[in-house]
Design a binder for this molecule. Structure first.
Ligand code: FES
Ligand SMILES: [Fe+2]
Length: 374
């Protein structure tokens, strides 16, 4: 297969106009605020900055509720703590408290605000929907339902990889010193692996041989669809030991690995017993943030051995993930720097076809700002 054009000009990664265009488009979608397991106890809460809007998500007796993180009194963020636990969310400034539906239920010296009745003062509520154990909010009251906003195949892939019966083994928020498209494009090709991950590969040759660079027998390696692209790897499928281990965790589990990019900013991995999710959010024209979660099937008959294995897998997942992120992340500011400096078009190899598909999608959706369209 021949080389491909690099459709996005360098300015599409650097300009303030493109950043504003990206944020305007991405804000209209669904944004992950973690898994149900992140809100393990009733009254647990977490806060997020979703492309400039403060959001607070609270586990109430009626399930997860989300609000704009701005007090109805004088708009102070109730709290900027990343997470906490309170029956009634309380504003840090004058102490207003809010009940499970976001209505002010305790106001110090309330007589000074008379007349008012219950319900007059409330937090702005946001829609929350779940897919498997993944929890999402939207800032757009008219956004179509979460499942309808995704390709049907993706809904079932997420439901399988993030089934609530799976245990969470990794929960991270990562700040990237580059625009959001750079970490996404990085995982859409394995061309960089030999160069960037040479220390990793050198130290873990057995592990890395697991990735065969070929799809399971009878399947295509790449899948380029209208709303997403995937790459499939047979992983340890030809190893009897690996198949036995996978089957011990969940009988009948597929040993292959499938990595999916759902346009524009969702990444999904599924190895049959381990699920990976990442959503990359623009923060500024040269910074971004990722929310990352990993889950794993736990054998029902695991007992103490299962607990031990889960603990070991959690530690290993964190170790490997940190190392991979460090190795990849090292080059991100250099990519941003180069994009800022050049007016060259760039080019893509046939092995980078998923990046090309991403560029086509952005262009066809009219998501390139006028300066990026040339
Ligand atoms: S601003 Fe929140 S209580 Fe005054
Ligand atoms: Fe990498």
């Amino acid at each position: 297969m021949a080389s491909l054009p690099h459709i996005l000009p360098a300015v599409a990664y650097t300009s303030a106009a493109q950043h504003e265009r990206d944020v305007a488009a991405l804000r209209r979608g669904w944004h992950c605020v973690g898994t149900g397991q992140d809100y393990a106890q009733l009254h647990d809460y977490r806060t997020f900055d979703v492309m400039g809007t403060g959001v607070i998500v609270h586990r109430t007796p009626a399930g997860l509720r989300a609000f704009v993180n701005a007090c109805a009194h004088r708009h102070t963020a109730l709290t900027l703590a990343a997470q906490g636990h309170r029956e009634h969310l309380q504003c840090q400034y004058h102490g207003w408290e809010y009940d499970a539906v976001g209505v002010a239920c305790r106001i110090p010296d309330a007589a000074c605000f008379m007349p008012f009745k219950y319900g007059d003062f409330r937090l702005e509520a946001l829609r929350v929907e779940a897919l498997g154990d993944l929890q999402f909010i939207t800032l757009d009251p008219d956004c179509q339902p979460l499942a309808a906003s995704l390709p049907t195949e993706i809904v079932s892939r997420i439901a399988r990889a993030f089934s609530p019966t799976r245990k969470q083994i990794l929960s991270l928020s990562i700040n990237h010193p580059c625009t959001w498209k750079i970490p996404i494009e990085n995982v859409l090709e394995d061309y960089h692996v030999a160069m960037l991950h040479q220390h990793f590969v050198a130290r873990h040759p057995r592990l890395f041989k697991f990735f065969k660079g070929r799809p399971p027998v009878g399947e295509e390696r790449y899948e380029l669809q209208a709303g997403y692209t995937s790459v499939k790897d047979e992983l340890g499928g030809d190893s009897a030991l690996y198949r036995r281990a996978i089957n011990w965790v969940r009988s009948g589990a597929e040993p292959a690995f499938i990595h999916t990019h759902v346009f524009p900013n969702l990444l999904l991995g599924d190895s049959g017993v381990v699920g990976f999710f990442q959503q990359v959010f623009p923060v500024s024209e040269s910074t971004s943030r990722s929310l990352v979660r990993m889950t794993m099937d736990v054998p029902a008959r695991g007992g103490a051995l299962g607990d031990l294995a889960l603990h070991a897998v959690k530690r290993l997942a964190r170790l490997l993930f940190d190392q991979l992120m460090r190795e990849d992340g090292r080059v991100f500011p250099a990519v941003q720097h180069g994009k800022r400096s050049t007016s060259d078009d760039g080019r893509l190899s046939s092995a980078e076809r998923r990046i090309h598909a991403f560029h086509c999608w952005l262009q066809n959706r009219g998501l390139l700002s006028p300066d990026s369209n040339g």
